[in-house]
Design a protein around this ligand. Sequence first.
Ligand code: DQA
Length: 151
Amino acid sequence: MTAPVILVVNGPNLNMLGSRQPEVYGRDTLADIESSCRQHAATLGIDIEFHQSNHEGDLVTWIQGARGRCAGIVINAGAYTHTSIAILDALLAAEVPAIEVHLSNLHQREDFRHQSYVAKAAKGMICGLGSHGYLLAIDALTRLTRGTRKA
Ligand code: DQA
């Protein structure tokens, strides 16, 4: 039997992690986060597909591709969180449980970051716990989907 797959999708500017406003986003690079996601998922018997793009359409295409194939989606859509109806629609169309992750605590920041289109389609949101939030999201998806066909 093949291992369930969790798709991890990262949006714009997250490729800059490590050097980008470390006081807000921490010192881990995206490669560090990918490697800890893979290590953690391996302990749970899960495969990870990990992507980042600065282009909204790439995120939409990856989310569409999860339909009927992935057990769950971890999504940090970066600034598209606050603007993208296209990403919201893709998540609704995919019909795959999704957990929204943000490194920073959105609610301690500017008002425009308090609005999330992703949240309208996500099972839950983890924000403010830095890169550890990705691992918590993998745990949450594992628990949510355990006992179902794909996980
Ligand atoms: C972020 C928060 C967003 O508001 C911001 O645009 C990002 C990163 C986070 O992980 O804290 O790019 O998603």
